[in-house]
Design a protein around this ligand. Structure first.
Ligand code: ATP
Ligand code: MG
Ligand code: MG
Ligand code: MG
Length: 469
């Protein structure tokens, strides 16, 4: 079996051999980009190169980029444990052309890699193109020899990429792998599409236009290429599974969680092991890149991820902090590719242990309240937003932890009432503060607090440059 580390290497070597500079992953916290919470695709570190603001000594590059999608427009947090293909932290393999080669070469390189290096069976592959992109349709036919039925035209924005409201944009083409009809799901573009049968493995973006304010589109003088392939997804395919959580790397983490808790890895509680394995990676990599749990901004996203995993540790019956005990396995599996994990191992261990020790003090009492208050509710019912707020405020339960706990039973939280309770508390705090005689600073402080937000991070929504490809 080919392991994840080898699959990553094959990708980088292939593009290296084809003239691309092998560039390191940028940190998860984007440098000089306050508009974006975390790096969420390979192109993030090259944004200014694509727009021409920055120059690099190479015109083509390849990377394995650390990505976190836990917030904003690309929030896959709620998918973890529920789909076979989503993580909060994952690696995106990519190749980039900055005004160098374009569509034909990008398609040729992608096709050669997957069919010759990775040796995927052609019969299992199909692609989508943007409905108006006749050129891409023709190239897939010519270069890959795919029949018309396996080149699906998609008219939606899923197949048209934009960096922001203005700037570079263009059609994209997604490569799918058909895992076979024993697995649920329909072909891309169909009503049943969002299953696990046809899994998107690679996305090629053809940046060919520049959009000005008012929607005026002109051709870019030197069109560019930006691609992204999920390492865990291609690994699943190469390891003969449709499920990312079955690949060697995830199995090692799930195995460690099973050993430490004494709960079998594939039994009734397998979702908890999966959430723990996924969130362990996200938490550890975020700490290694300098994020620490807090009540605001990036730190609060980290805290939410950590605490959610910690509830699942408790579901598995862990009596003591669990997460930090899994760090050595992660470092063993990924430390060679990401030396920052080795360097930060002690900090990661201590941070996880401290957060879990703290949270455990209120976790059990909070869970009792959650159980009692939801006991009478059946599927389709709504859980009180006020209680969810008490759980947040007094017991340190992030809202999405409560939602995650109720979701398997089909119960939703009244988020309107939750937000109202939050507003009310802010007003009270403001009034109390005003009464303290320090009125001069309070409005400033509260507006800052509201901007960064304890539950809603406006930072996401102000994202101007979308990292998605
Ligand atoms: P999907 O439609 O499956 O959510 P996407 O279109 O949002 O994927 P892109 O933004 O195109 O994904 O990212 C490029 C590639 O990164 C995808 O083709 C996929 O292989 C991988 N990828 C995206 N999101 C995730 C995730 N949450 N976990 C693991 N891999 C991912
Ligand atoms: Mg997605
Ligand atoms: Mg997609
Ligand atoms: Mg995509």
């Amino acid at each position: 079996m080919t392991g994840v580390n080898q699959i990553r290497k094959t990708f980088l070597d292939f593009f290296g051999k084809n003239g691309h500079s092998v560039v390191e992953s940028s940190p998860l916290v984007p440098r000089n980009d306050p508009t974006l919470m975390f790096a969420n695709s390979g192109m993030v570190q090259f944004k200014n190169v694509f727009t021409g603001v920055e120059r690099r000594p190479y015109s083509t590059a390849t990377t394995a980029q650390k990505c976190v999608r836990a917030g904003g427009k690309h929030n896959d947090l709620d998918n973890v444990g529920y789909t076979a293909r989503h993580h909060t932290f994952f690696e995106m393999l990519g190749n980039f052309s900055f005004g160098d080669y374009f569509k034909d070469r990008a398609i040729e390189l992608a096709w050669n890699l997957i069919t010759k290096e990775y040796e995927l069976p052609v019969s299992r592959l199909l692609v989508t193109v943007f409905s108006e992109d006749d050129e891409a349709f023709g190239l897939w036919k010519k270069i890959a020899g795919l029949p018309d039925s396996k080149i699906i035209r998609i008219p939606t924005s899923d197949n048209f990429w934009r960096m922001g409201d203005t700037g570079p944009c263009g059609p994209c083409s997604e490569i799918f792998y058909d895992h076979g009809d024993k697995i649920w799901g329909g072909p891309p573009g169909s009503a049943e599409a969002d299953g696990d049968r046809f899994i998107e493995i690679w996305n090629l973006v053809f940046m060919q236009y520049e959009e000005q304010a008012g929607g005026i589109r002109t051709n870019l003088p030197r069109p560019s290429i930006d691609t992204g392939m999920g390492l865990e997804r291609i690994s699943a395919v190469l390891q003969g599974t449709h499920d990312n959580y079955e690949i060697d790397l995830m199995r090692a983490l799930i195995g460690a969680s099973a050993v430490e808790t004494g709960v079998e890895p594939d039994g009734a509680q397998k979702v908890s092991h999966r959430v723990i394995a996924d969130h362990l990676r996200a938490s550890s990599f975020l700490v290694a890149d300098g994020v620490l749990p807090s009540n605001e901004g990036r730190g609060y996203v980290l805290r939410r991820i950590m605490r959610r995993a910690m509830r699942h540790a408790s579901l598995l019956g862990a009596k003591d902090p669990l997460m930090h005990k899994l760090v050595p396995t992660l470092v063993r599996e990924m430390g060679q590719a990401y030396p920052e994990l080795v360097r930060a191992e002690a900090l990661i261990t201590e941070t996880l242990k401290l957060e879990e020790t703290r949270f455990r003090k209120t976790l059990e009492r909070g869970l009792t309240i959650l159980d009692t208050e939801s006991a009478g509710l059946s599927e389709g019912a709504t859980f009180s937003g006020e209680t969810a707020f008490t759980l947040y405020d007094t017991y340190g339960f992030p809202l999405d932890l409560t939602q995650d706990a109720l979701r398997p039973r089909g119960i939703v939280v009244d988020t309107g009432a939750f937000d109202a309770a939050m507003q009310l508390q802010k007003q009270k705090a403001r009034a109390a503060w005003a009464g303290s005689g320090e009125a001069a600073t309070d409005t400033v402080w509260f507006s800052v607090k509201e901007k960064t937000g304890a539950t809603e991070f406006l930072g996401y929504d102000t994202e101007t440059a979308e990292g998605q490809i």
